[in-house]
Design a protein around this ligand. Structure first.
Ligand code: AMP
Ligand code: MG
Length: 274
């Protein structure tokens, strides 16, 4: 049941202040500080159970899972995808990135391009950026008037509730890195020729808008962290903690689905294969 979803790191819409969150927080679900080695070992254990539950999800083929990843630039979305979902069977996993909308996409409502990519029964889809860009970058840069974007929180709540009602588990992660950590990660991209392709000069202009983005993220999460589709704000300066937190929360959600193998056909026990 939605109300039993994990509380750890979950965004409570009535009590949420992004500026109070520590991107280097390393407290586990029990409130105790977790050591790196322990978190790494638990992450690997989580992956084993996740593989099993993915198999069950696929076999049952009645429900699906949508994971939404949002972060500021260099926040670690790619790494998070590789380190958690990279362990799963690719036959049942799709990663979909959402970049700048095409002309055709812009000529439709903003959810048009999103809905097409939600997961089919038995599958897990990961959105690398999502419909939330339409209340983040769009809001920060005034790409549409306030009267237009301000109505989108309601649309998004309704859209995600519909997905939930139709059998999709929606889990949303905000990877929370500090401004200092972003500086280091941008610098690392500059220093390493193999990572130059990841460096966009435009990211520096976005960095100047750090506070505006923080505000947009905070409002978006408050407005749309619901029982049907909760947000989790993940302390993400430490990659090992980020990975451990994500695998733990996805696992809790999959466990709560209480999935079962479909009933086998009658008489399988009597079959003798010649
Ligand atoms: P990247 O994830 O680094 O490939 O960058 C994708 C870019 O597309 C980012 O700068 C996003 O802000 C931008 N983007 C994604 N969705 C939208 C949207 N709906 N409207 C405008 N820009 C977007
Ligand atoms: Mg980028």
């Amino acid at each position: 049941m939605a109300s039993e979803y994990p509380k750890w790191l979950r965004v409570d819409p009535d009590d949420f202040d992004l500026s109070k969150l520590d991107p280097r927080d390393r407290r586990g679900p029990d409130g105790e500080k977790i050591e790196r080695e322990v978190a790494e070992a638990k992450h690997l254990e989580n992956l084993e159970e996740l593989k099993h539950l993915q198999y069950l999800l696929y076999a049952e083929s009645k429900r699906s899972v949508l994971v939404v990843l949002q972060a500021t630039d260099t926040g670690g979305k790619d790494g998070a995808i590789r380190k958690t979902f990279g362990a799963l069977n690719p036959a049942g996993v799709t990663v979909h990135p959402f970049g700048k909308p095409s002309e055709e996409e812009l000529a439709h409502d903003y959810l048009w391009r999103i809905h097409h990519h939600t997961p089919q029964d038995g599958h897990i889809t990961i959105f690398n950026r999502s419909h939330y860009e339409d209340v983040l970058v769009v809001r920060v840069h005034d790409l549409v008037p306030k009267g237009v974007w301000s109505k989108r929180y309601k649309h998004i709540r309704n859209f995600e509730e519909m997905l939930y009602d139709e059998g999709t588990t929606v889990i949303k992660f905000f990877l929370n890195i500090s401004k200092d950590e972003q500086k280091e990660r941008l610098q690392a991209r500059l220093d390493d020729p193999e990572r130059h392709w990841k460096f966009n000069v435009g990211d520096l202009a976005e960095r100047e808008l750090w506070d505006d983005y923080r505000e947009a993220f905070e409002v978006a999460m408050k407005e749309t962290s619901t029982d049907c589709a909760p947000w989790y704000a993940i302390p993400a300066d430490r990659k090992w903690f980020r990975n451990y937190a994500i695998s733990t929360i996805v696992l809790e959600h999959l466990r709560s689905l209480d999935m079962k193998y479909p009933e086998p056909e009658e008489g399988l026990d009597d079959i003798v294969i010649e």
